[in-house]
Design a protein around this ligand. Structure first.
Ligand code: UDP
Length: 245
């Protein structure tokens, strides 16, 4: 069976590692994410993971409590390195070869991000985890995801969320909100009711013809279905019509 996507950029938000905790990293959740990745890795899909840090520290929230924004953002980037280490450990424990690269140099715990080396790792069948986002403040790991997906020639950005795709309105607030099957990225950017990804990150995908898929990562087998071409979640790109499911 040919795959729909051969090389994916999977954005895993820090909240995916929370489990039932309010803060920090749940070992069980890291393992659950690792098992989803293993399933597609075993099918021969090349996987780059951009890991977030929201379960530990977010620059923008820290700024509201009085921190200097840039300093707080660097702290947030450090949080993503901790999550990256946890996910690396979880992947190794389920037998997946993996390398952690960081956009902030930290040679004792991670390789520096080197684009060509990251591509080589994937070609050799290693999952790469990309920590510290872009390495600069005032953006988030969503921007890191778009940027890395483009420079690593990925076929798609997969944004794992808590709900099964992009909805008309926040389905957590309004359960009657309907899911989109496809969304044009222009519509997604201009619609104030949709806030799945940072606008800068979305604009980068739109301008460079990078599709974005949005679905619930913890639904058993969802990642496998997405790379096999099954119709799940929401597919967003610059060249599709916006249609409800
Ligand atoms: N961050 C940053 N530059 C980047 C990526 C991340 O400054 O390129 C900081 C920012 O403070 C952000 C935090 O790291 O809030 C954690 O990342 P993010 O909020 O994207 O995590 P997620 O919401 O995906 O868990």
């Amino acid at each position: 069976m040919p795959l729909r996507f051969n090389r994916i950029l999977l954005k895993v938000g820090g909240e995916s590692l929370l489990g039932d905790r309010e803060y920090g990293i749940s070992h069980e959740s890291a393992k659950a994410v690792a098992l989803q990745i293993k399933e597609v890795h075993d099918m021969g899909v090349q996987v780059a993971v951009v890991i977030g840090g929201g379960n530990i520290f977010r620059g923008i929230s820290a700024e509201k409590s009085g921190f200097d924004r840039a300093t707080a953002d660097y702290m947030g980037m450090l949080a993503t390195v901790m999550n990256g280490l946890a996910l690396m450990d979880a992947l190794e424990r389920v037998g997946v070869p993996v390398r952690l690269q960081s956009a902030l140099e930290m040679p004792a715990v991670a390789e520096p991000f080197v684009r060509r080396r990251a591509i080589r790792h994937m070609e050799k069948g290693r999952v790469i985890i990309l920590a510290a986002g872009t390495g600069v403040p005032f953006v988030t790991t969503d921007t890191g995801s778009s940027l890395h997906a483009l420079e690593l020639h990925c076929d798609v950005v997969i944004k794992a969320t808590k709900v099964d795709g992009v909805f008309e309105r926040d389905p957590m607030q309004d359960p009657s909100a309907r899911r989109y099957k496809t969304v044009n990225l222009h519509d997604m950017l201009s619609n104030q009711n949709i806030s799945v990804m940072d606008s800068g990150a979305l604009a980068m995908c739109m301008e460079n013809n990078m599709p974005v898929m949005v679905f619930e990562l913890f639904k058993e087998g969802n990642l496998k279905k997405a790379v096999s071409g099954e119709d799940i979640g929401t597919y967003a790109s610059a060249d599709v019509k916006t249609e409800l499911a």
